[in-house]
Design a protein around this ligand. Structure first.
Ligand SMILES: [Zn+2]
Length: 127
């Protein structure tokens, strides 16, 4: 994992798999304040029937929960630490979020994530 800095916000990027880890504090900074971050985290639905293999949180090593992002199908799942340490996005999920943001223009959460990742991806391609 390497740490990328985006205006004071540190994002951990895995050079091996291309995934990105955002911890709760970083999410707060990206979204402006703790309340926004909390609202975002609370808005996610947990998918308890997912057949995707659970990942372990890089901080507490607990199995992360699969959470559903946005209303579009097939369902877009990302990983969330059960303690709220942060969120994990696979490489394909990043691209997926960007693609879906175009489809679901009215979905605030998705727009927010897409904006966030547009910044991250732009940064990766420049750096
Ligand atoms: Zn954790």
């Amino acid at each position: 994992m390497i740490a990328l800095e985006l205006q004071e916000v540190e994002v951990d990027y895995c050079t091996g798999c291309g995934g990105i880890w955002l911890d709760a504090g970083e999410l707060e900074l990206l979204l402006g304040n703790a309340q926004n971050a909390e609202q975002l985290l609370d808005s996610f639905k947990i998918d308890s029937h997912s057949i995707e293999k659970p990942r372990k949180c890089p901080i507490c090593r607990k199995k992360m929960q699969k959470i559903i992002v946005g209303p579009s199908t097939p369902t877009l799942l990302i990983d969330k630490c059960p303690r709220g340490d942060g969120l994990w996005f696979d490489k394909d999920e990043l691209q997926d979020i960007l693609n879906r943001a175009k489809l679901d223009k009215d979905n605030k959460i998705q727009k927010l994530l897409a904006d966030m990742f547009r910044i991250i991806l732009a940064f990766l391609f420049i750096g």
